[in-house]
Design a protein around this ligand. Structure first.
Ligand code: MG
Length: 170
């Protein structure tokens, strides 16, 4: 069993993961509307992955007999000026999420909740990957500048990304 404080914090995190999903869906829709098919695919996969993150927390809450409470989702932006702007927002958002996961770790340590601490380890590792990937794509699109051929090639490459279920759900 996990205490009330921890349950509330995890429910807030579930909401944050769904908000992330919503943000990436908005980016996917915006990219699609501007004929960036590959980029639209990449962010759609990101949208699916964020739902996995929420699911991992939901499963964990259920397995320790805690109550999952789904909260309303705040509005997300609907338009970005360029792929560079999308990845700037992605990177700063993922850095924010990393900070939230770190806060959960600190709370778990404070509350001597070692089961939650163990579950959070997966998210710590995941955030390293998320930040790395956002920074990589941001750098690539920044380097491409206004070179349409390079932008087109990057967009094509991103169309190859396939969704794979999170390891913590297997
Ligand atoms: Mg996430």
């Amino acid at each position: 069993m996990i205490n009330e404080k921890m349950q509330k914090a995890i429910n807030d995190q579930i909401n944050a993961e769904f908000w992330s999903a919503y943000l990436y869906l908005a980016m996917s829709v915006d990219a699609e509307s501007k004929s960036f098919k590959g980029l639209a695919n990449w962010f759609y996969v990101q949208f699916l992955e964020e739902q996995d993150h929420a699911r991992i927390f939901q499963n964990y809450m259920n397995s320790v007999g805690a109550k999952v409470v789904l909260q309303p989702l705040a509005e997300v932006p609907s338009e970005w000026r360029s792929p560079v702007e999308m990845f700037k927002d992605t990177l700063s958002h993922e850095r924010k999420v990393t900070g939230m996961i770190v806060k959960l770790v600190e709370l778990a340590i404070e509350e001597k909740d070692y089961a939650t601490l163990s579950r959070l380890q997966w998210f710590i590792d995941e955030q390293v990957e998320e930040e790395d990937s956002a920074l990589f794509h941001l750098t690539e699109f920044e380097r491409a500048g206004r070179d349409f051929c390079v932008i087109h090639r990057l967009d094509e490459e991103m169309g190859g990304r396939e969704y794979a279920k999170a390891s913590a759900l297997e």
